[in-house]
Design a protein around this ligand. Structure first.
Ligand SMILES: Cc1cc2nc3c(=O)[nH]c(=O)nc-3n(C[C@H](O)[C@H](O)[C@H](O)COP(=O)(O)OP(=O)(O)OC[C@H]3O[C@@H](n4cnc5c(N)ncnc54)[C@H](O)[C@@H]3O)c2cc1C
Length: 441
């Protein structure tokens, strides 16, 4: 059996190592640089350290994250099953004791004799034994990073995440919105939400007073050097927003309108919109509270929240083939947040998929693609679909193909998505097991 190098012992790397050793019988060298070399966000030398929140989001099957977790569990995910064994009380959210979680992941990996865990940085591609998986996470830097960057081209690597919130189209009150492009009122590209002077004042006041994430030093420098969070623009003066991202000029001639919030289409199906210029450091609950004060967004369903932090990721649709392998570096597969997915579970999910793709390559067979109707399959489809501005994405109902019929009730609709994903999994698992048997025999 081949020895496979996995670079990075975070969520994706650990998941990939588990899948390869436990399910395919391959030998793995898991290479983690911490504690010898640190990152600006990790605090320990532990494998699978959760860098920020201790929540892996909802387990409820009526959420995208809940469906993803169920699919991952069906595929024997190390990360999700370990999280479940270390849970702390947090309602329907799967939240964990983070130290115990890391310990559990590491000790379960160590039960497999075919895994060697090396604690040293990998600084060059020539030091990697191929095939390999690169799972060095969103804070990737140093000599290996420079080398990969020179191979793939700087313009295909993004460094900062300045994400505006995304809301579902059906949750917008269309009676309060109008279509129009700046200086082209008959345009149909942007949905606009107008605010009177009074509404603007009310919204701005709430925005400047809202609670934000405490910034780390490395984030503070980004904050000043690149685009500003919307609340910071608001703080700089009473009128700064309406001369900045909320300027009404070219959108309306109505003198009662003080400001306009523009919503940009998120996908070709017009099922979701992002709030233009609303990159933010507001806490999630504050985003819900404050952005729902915007007339038209009172019932907004957030598919993605805004944020700003350093996040290195690649333009996967351009750089990778559909098996998450670099087109220009054959034998090197990519996993984790670096692929352009967003979130703990999503990072683990790509680790799992990358490992299965690599195993099928070694076995000389082609693993069928996960169906688009599954959350995993829809994330993979997102990673192979070229986009004008490729931005990180977490699991979301907006990524799934529409249901055949119209279901008005929201909960029923989500249940229908969950049921459809459940029905698709057995067929995939059957083909996977067939492939795994072939590899082991
Ligand atoms: C500041 C910050 C906060 C975040 N907060 C959240 C959150 O609250 N919730 C959420 O769902 N997601 C969050 N994310 C996003 C994402 O889910 C996490 O970053 C997640 O840890 C990504 O998993 P990963 O396996 O891709 O990377 P990581 O978990 O970061 O793992 C990468 C590993 O590779 C190692 N490594 C890097 N370079 C080398 C090298 N050259 N040689 C050997 N080892 C190397 C690193 O030390 C690290 O252990 C956050 C991201 C950041 C940057």
């Amino acid at each position: 059996m081949a020895i496979i190098d996995i670079i990075g012992g975070g969520l994706a790397g650990c998941e990939a190592a588990w899948q390869l050793c436990r399910r395919t019988g391959h030998c793995v060298r898991l290479r983690e640089m911490r504690p010898l070399r640190k990152t600006p966000a990790h605090k320990t030398g532990n494998l699978a350290e959760l860098v920020c929140s201790n929540s892996l989001h909802s387990e409820n099957i009526t959420t995208a994250s809940g469906i993803l977790k169920r699919e991952l569990l069906e595929l024997d995910s190390l990360i999700i099953s370990s999280a479940m064994s270390c849970r702390v009380r947090a309602g329907s959210s799967l939240s964990v004791d983070r130290a115990l979680f890391s310990e559990t992941v590491e000790s379960r990996l160590k039960t497999i004799p075919r895994i060697e865990i090396l604690r040293s940085p990998v600084d060059s591609i020539s030091d990697i034994s191929f095939p390999a998986i690169l799972a060095t996470g969103p804070l990737f830097e140093g000599p290996l990073f420079q080398e990969i960057m020179s191979k793939v081209g700087e313009e295909k690597l993004y460094f900062y995440d300045a994400v505006s919130p995304t809301v579902s189209a059906e949750s917008i009150d269309m009676d309060k919105a109008f279509w129009g492009n700046r200086y082209d009122e008959s345009g149909q590209d942007y949905l606009n939400l107008p605010l009177t002077a009074e509404q603007y004042q009310f919204f701005r006041e709430a925005l400047v007073k809202a609670e934000t994430w405490p910034l780390k030093d490395f984030e503070r420098s980004i904050f000043f050097e690149s685009c500003l969070p919307v609340e910071e623009i608001a703080r700089r003066g009473e009128e700064t927003l309406c001369f900045g991202p909320l300027r009404p000029v070219g959108l309306t001639r109505d003198r009662r309108i003080k400001a306009v919030i523009q919503l940009r289409l998120e996908d070709g199906l017009a099922s979701a919109f992002n709030l233009v210029g609303f990159q933010t450091n507001l806490l999630i609950n504050e985003q819900k509270r404050v952005f729902r004060m915007i007339p038209g967004l009172e019932k907004a369903e957030f598919l993605r929240f805004g944020k700003m932090h350093r996040n290195t990721y690649l333009n996967s649709p351009l750089l990778l083939n559909r098996f998450l392998e670099f087109k220009d570096i054959p034998g090197l597969f990519l996993a984790g947040q670096l692929t352009g997915v967003e979130g703990y579970c999503e990072s683990a999910a790509t680790g799992l998929c990358s490992a299965l793709f690599l195993a099928s390559r070694l076995a000389g067979c082609e693993l069928p693609m996960l169906p688009d109707e599954t959350m995993l399959g829809s994330l993979l489809r997102f990673l192979r679909t070229p986009q004008k501005r490729f931005m990180p994405m977490n699991s979301s109902f907006g990524l799934l193909p529409p249901l055949p019929g119209r279901i008005r009730d929201k909960k029923q609709r989500k249940l229908a998505f969950a049921e459809r994903s459940e029905n698709c999994m057995p067929e995939f698992i059957r083909s996977l097991n067939q492939m795994l048997r072939q590899i082991r025999d």
